[in-house]
Structure formats: C-alpha cells, structure tokens
Write a protein that binds this ligand. Sequence first.
Ligand SMILES: Cc1ncc(COP(=O)(O)O)c(C=O)c1O
Length: 392
Amino acid sequence: MKNFQKRETFIPYNLPDLTEAEIREVEETLKSLWVAKGPRTVKFEQEFAGYLGAKHAIAMNSCTAALHVALLSAGIGPGDEVITTPMTFASTANTIIHCGATPVFADIDYSTGCIDPDEIEKKVTKKTKAVVPVHYSGQVCDLDRIYEIADKYGLFVSEDAAHAFESRYKGRLIGNGLKGAASYSFYATKNLTTGEGGMLVTDDDEIDAKARIWAGQGMSRNAWNRYAKGGTWQYDICEPGFKYNMFDIQAALGLIQLSRIQEMQAKRIAIAEKYQREFSKIDAVEPPLVPDYATHSWHLYVLRIVPDKLTIDRDRFIVELNERNVGTSVHFIPVTNMSAYTGRFGFQKGDFPNTEKHFERIISLPLYPTLSDKQSDYVVEAVRNIVETYHK
Ligand SMILES: Cc1ncc(COP(=O)(O)O)c(C=O)c1O
C-alpha cells in the first residue's frame, strides 16, 4: 500500500443512529405494558402520514409486508403480470410472486439506476395490471412518465420507497400526492429505523381499508384495542390475511427517529456532498448523477468505477477498500441473476444490458449520520489511493 496511511480501526459500511431519546421511549413503552400494537403504533402512523402530507399510513413489520399488501389491496392475483426492475432487493419481486402474479422485468436507465419508463412500456401486455418502480438508493424514478404509462394502460402503481424517505420528485416528498401507494422500509440501515419495520402510504380510502384487513390477519375490524375497556371480543376474518402489523416497541423507535429526521438527514447530505465534490475530481470513478427533477435521500451512496481506466475490477476494488479498513456493500446483485429467478424464467446474459453494466461497476460506500468528518475524509482518501495505485 504505497503513499497511504492506513487507519487502525475498521469503518463499518452502515450503523444506525440511536440516542438516549430512543432508549428512553422504548423503556417507557415497556413500562406502559402496551408492547404489542397499540397507541404508539397509531400515533406513528398519524405522524408519518402528517410528515409526508399523505392521507393514510399503515404501519407494518417490514417494507416487504407493505409491498405485498399494496398489491393484494389493488386486487393483483394469479394470471396478472406486474412490471418491476431487476436492480432491487429480491423482496420487490418476491412479493409479486407471493400474490400469485408474474413479475416481468424492465431494464434500468443507466444514469439513475432506476427503471426506464420506455422499457416499462415495451413490456406491457394484456395481462399487465401493475408497475412496481423502485426509487433506487434514494434516487427518484421518472414518475410523470411512469404515471403517464400507468394511465394509458390502466395500471396500478406501487412505488417501492424502501430507500426514498426524504427523496423528492419535483420538490414534493415521495408519498405526497400519491395516485397509487408507496412502501417504506425502516430496516436497521435506513434513513429512519425501527430495527425492522415498514409503512404503506396511500391517499386512496379503498386501498387503505383493504390493506388494514390484509395486514391484520384479515380481521374485519380494527382489533388492536379489543382488550381495552369498551372493546368488543367479536370479530370476523373476511380475508385469509397476514400477521404483518408493526408493534409499539418498534413504533417507539419510529416516533423518536421521525422527530430527529431533519438532524440526521443534514448529516447524510453533508457527507454525500463531500463525496460528490471529491469523487467528481477522480476520472476512474463516477459519482451518482442526480436528475434535475429529483432530490436524493442519500440512503445509499453508490459509486461506480470506470473499468476502462483501471487495471482492477469492482470485486478487487472492494477487497482493496476492505484492506484499507473501509466497509462496503453492493446494491444490488440483480434479482434476475438469482437462481430462484433464472431457474424459473430462464434469464440470460444480455437480457438487461444497463442493469448488467451498472452491476459490474457499483460499490456502496459508508454513509450514515454518525460517520465522522475524519472517517468520510478517510473514505475519500482510500478511494483516491486505490485509483492512483491501479490507474491504467
Ligand atoms: C429496494 C428495497 N425494497 C424492499 C426492501 C425490503 O425492505 P424490508 O427489509 O423492510 O422488508 C428492501 C430492503 O432493504 C429494499 O432495499
């Protein structure tokens, strides 16, 4: 390792930002003895919807659950096709299969990593009933074009907003003014975390009513308070539903995290701006390109290498970062490369050229509110040193 002062401790790729306030609220929840779904979950739903300016928010135990319920509530089922992107986590596509429908993949726009609307339109058939665009990494899909196609062919749009809390499209928060639904993730690495958790957001009263039934064991009434004074023991199961609800210990974390979101987000933005500034000076890497219409949430910082300028590939670049004590990840191995999908659909190399090109180049770098200035400076120096060492 020439011309490089290696640090002694490892910089993890991600850490949640949890303070005494979150710990106190969880403790209060435990002491209240309302540890399952209860008043804090309801409050979190109301505050989350209020923050986005959305009509309904339904708290779930994951974004996967929210994605599943969104499609079920829109009536997606066997015989239907749902178009989505290969550049996502498997649950985006798995939940389509869980509904009994068929996922159909449309290639990405290389500039953003998000699904390409022109590719969506090419994949529409008589069986297509819905689209699941993913706001990949916190970038924002070309929503006007997607909704134009959805209107033209009568498709339901279920936005996968797992990465998009704090993303904006033309100045509006994702989740504000929705025509379909949006699903958020509160997994440990996300901009707002409840450990595990998710939220389904919609302005549509019918989707909201159905989603609460599907996510709550199929119970016909809001049963979370049936043990309270005045609650009734009677209920009906009107759908064979799922046990997908959030509970109050998670909501306690969510409420505090939501109250801290601006402070946490400001730190993410400062790090991302530094990375954007510094990496744009290095010709062998490509910083993310944020379109004019978008405000990036900076959930992930996905740097792409330029293979033509380097003597090493992405995999080796990751090893070199690791040797310099920098943790990384890759978002994502395309779903269409996974054996459950290649086996079922017979995908081949060349089917999704932009996804493949993107995948071969990507590295997710450390980006989280508790990453110090010194640590983010070090990440920049490590990338610079690797490029200098292996430049063609
Ligand atoms: C794009 C995307 N969609 C959906 C999910 C599923 O989220 P969860 O783990 O909350 O179910 C993830 C997970 O990180 C994701 O990255």
